[in-house]
Design a protein. Structure first.
Length: 195
């Protein structure tokens, strides 16, 4: 049984579609069905702070690390460019915000590199951007212990939100960092250290 639109009822059941393609299309798919949505692909990238960890995660998941160009200019500015399309993908960026002497990164440079990578993924139309941070920088500074001190963990959370991160995966400490996020953010915790 086919329902007639208001325009077709005025015309006495006749439609402008001479071949009846609209009727065939409505019969091809049941009216209560949901269109098939293909799941977005998962892409894993690594910053320079701990590429060995990202490679181990990739091996465990059975996916290869994506290709990204990361470099530091002579003035100290950071550069990021994804060498493959991330459009519509769920992008996981593995970047602890701790220093890596072998790569010549300080904790502040590792944080800035993560922010630049998030912004580049958002600008390249990634579906979601998830930051995997085994070490959340400035997490110890999540409250004021004296006058005239910053709450640096809140500042880092605001920077990540501004860069466009959708989720943050970080290791669970004794005191979670849910209170530092300005927006309601999906915060995932890994296992507690030592367990």
């Amino acid at each position: 049984m086919r329902f007639l639109s208001r325009r077709e009822r005025r015309r006495g059941g006749r439609s402008r579609d001479p071949r009846g393609l609209a009727a065939q299309a409505s019969q091809a798919r049941p009216t209560g069905s949901v269109p098939i949505v293909t799941p977005s692909r998962l892409m894993l990238f690594s910053g320079r702070a701990n590429p060995a960890l990202a490679a181990a995660i990739g091996r465990k998941l059975g996916i290869e690390l994506g290709h990204v160009t990361l470099k530091t200019f002579s003035a100290g500015e950071l550069y990021c460019r994804y060498e493959e399309s991330v459009r519509g993908a769920d992008v996981f960026i593995v970047q602890p915000t701790c220093a890596n002497a072998a790569a010549g990164l300080s904790a502040a440079e590792a944080m800035m590199e993560l922010l630049v990578m998030i912004d580049a993924a958002v600008g390249a139309s990634a579906n979601r951007v998830i930051a995997v941070m085994p070490s959340f920088g400035y997490a110890r500074q999540d409250k004021k212990s004296a006058l005239r001190e910053p709450i640096s963990a809140r500042l880092v959370a605001h920077l990540l939100e501004t860069a466009g991160v959708d989720r943050v995966f970080e290791r669970l400490r004794a005191r979670p960092l849910e209170s530092v996020w300005q927006q309601r953010r999906q915060l995932s915790h890994g296992p507690r250290p030592g367990r």
